[in-house]
Design a protein around this ligand. Structure first.
Ligand code: PLP
Length: 466
């Protein structure tokens, strides 16, 4: 069949001819050995210039779909036909998604308050101030001035003494955990995980083929008295400053017990310090790494303090793990983008970051208070809010409620995005009356309307499941 030319298409005519002839060859419509029209003939039949057809044939010749025979006859090459593609089974059409009326997704910062104009200027300055060498393959460990600024930030904000040489830049905390799973567990090891935990990070570990050993967490974090010897365990993952999702702070006695355990078992503790910059009452919690840096790997992220799409986080690593980390990073994604790293280093060095944290802390503290007040107003005595006053989410118990597996989809059907505590649990059954509500990205009216809608939905859900 002659190719059909679409003169309105943006695809050049030579490519249209090439694609259609190639499709005919692949489907055996043009069988091997079949001579093609002469270029002159095809050009005249299609009403195009001969050179256009010559170009299309040349592409097919170069890629081996055609071969030139003696006497300049062009024929379809041998052995290039494929079976015609199987017809794909029809995917049933998805139900159209209900518009979102209330979104309690956790871990979302308020992106509308991010100083975008300032950030754009920093990016521009960074791009100009970097040297030509900086634009090459620099280091799988990360941009040195940024590592130095992170070390300085950790010292002034958390009282942790860290050297730039021990800071390793990542594409966020999730990425850090993925590398650590490879590094420490090598596809076969076990990871001790607080339960409940962040479902996304649980999936990251499972995707790295780690076997998960859950240890229950209560309102104070991991119940360290339930840690048992496990010679296949290679690491313990915890969120001691603000347990995700329950919100507790790991008390000193449990911290000591956890570190003793790691020392005895010769395993590493991964401390995910994902949102502790935002603590609304009292000083920031001292991280676990300040108690013993030999067995604790500290992981931080800029996803909550700045914006998730920045994809910059870091890990502070003990010496003995550093060269293996560099090797893994080098043979994976090589390094972080340089301009973003340099802009962030400037933001930190000029203390713009510190000012941003102060502003956002006040902002989120107010949002948290609005959410607490509205929950109390709507649910009264029947709701109990727990966890430290920090971060971008809170956990709430609705007395007498039982949120089953279908609750989240029931809510979604009403336009509400909300997670149950059980959805973050590895071992199910002990947190059925609790919800986890993110508020960082919600303004006052979102919170008022969202909680009202949530209350009505819980009432209807209870009626439906009785
Ligand atoms: C406990 C916890 N750790 C880590 C992350 C992910 O951070 P990142 O965006 O840096 O991968 C989140 C995100 O919500 C989180 O809640």
């Amino acid at each position: 069949m002659l190719p059909i030319i679409d003169r309105c298409s943006e695809e050049p005519i030579r490519r249209q001819i090439y694609h259609q002839l190639r499709a005919q060859i692949l489907s055996s419509e043009l069988e091997q050995g079949t001579p093609l029209y002469s270029t002159r003939q095809l050009a005249s039949d299609l009403g195009v210039s001969r050179s256009t057809v010559v170009e299309a044939y040349d592409m097919l010749l170069a890629e081996g779909f055609l071969e030139s025979k003696q006497g300049s006859q062009t024929v379809v090459a041998q052995g290039v036909a494929m079976q015609p593609a199987k017809e794909q089974p029809k995917v049933p059409e998805r139900e159209p998604c209900k518009p979102i009326l209330a979104d309690f997704t956790t871990g979302r910062p308020d992106l509308s308050s991010f100083p975008r104009a300032k950030w754009s200027r920093l990016l521009q300055q960074a791009a100009q101030s970097l040297t030509i060498e900086d634009y090459g393959y620099t280091s799988p460990q990360g941009y040195l001035p940024l590592r130095a600024e992170i070390a300085s930030w950790l010292s002034r904000s958390r009282g942790v003494s860290v050297f730039a040489e021990n800071v390793f830049i990542t594409a966020g905390a999730t990425h850090a955990l993925r590398i650590l799973a490879d590094l420490l567990c090598g596809n076969v090891g076990r990871v001790i995980l607080e339960d409940p935990c962040h479902k996304g990070l649980y999936d990251t570990l499972v995707a790295s083929n780690c076997e998960i050993v859950p240890v229950p967490a209560d309102q104070h974090g991991m119940m360290t008295d339930q840690l048992t010897g496990d010679e296949r365990a290679q690491m313990v993952y915890v969120t001691p400053s603000h347990q995700f999702p329950l919100g507790g702070i790991l008390p000193a006695s449990r911290r000591a017990e956890l570190i003793r355990y790691a020392l005895e078992q010769e395993i590493y503790i991964v401390e995910d310090d994902y949102d502790s910059e935002f603590r609304y009452t009292g000083s920031p919690i001292s991280p676990l790494v300040s108690m013993d840096a030999s067995r604790v790997i500290y992981v931080g992220t800029f996803s909550k303090t700045l914006f998730p799409a920045l994809r910059i986080g870091y890990a502070v690593l003990p010496k003995e793990l550093q060269s293996r980390w560099r090797y893994l990073r080098m043979h994976n994604d090589v390094q972080n983008p340089i301009v973003d790293q340099a802009a962030l280093a400037m933001f930190l060095s000029t203390r713009g970051f510190d000012r941003h944290i102060r502003t956002m802390k006040n902002h989120y503290a107010k949002r948290r208070q609005v959410l607490v007040d509205v929950l109390k107003k709507q649910f009264g005595e029947s709701c109990e809010i727990f966890g430290d006053s920090s971060g971008l989410h809170l956990a709430v118990r609705i007395n007498g409620a039982s949120f089953e597996d279908n609750f989240q989809s029931f809510c979604r059907g009403r336009g509400i995005v909300v997670k149950t505590m059980e959805s973050h649990c590895i071992q199910k059954g002990s947190h059925k009356d609790q919800l986890v509500l993110g508020y960082g990205h919600l303004d006052d009216s979102d919170i008022h309307n969202g909680v009202k809608l949530l209350k009505e939905t819980i009432r209807d859900y209870r009626i439906c499941i009785v």
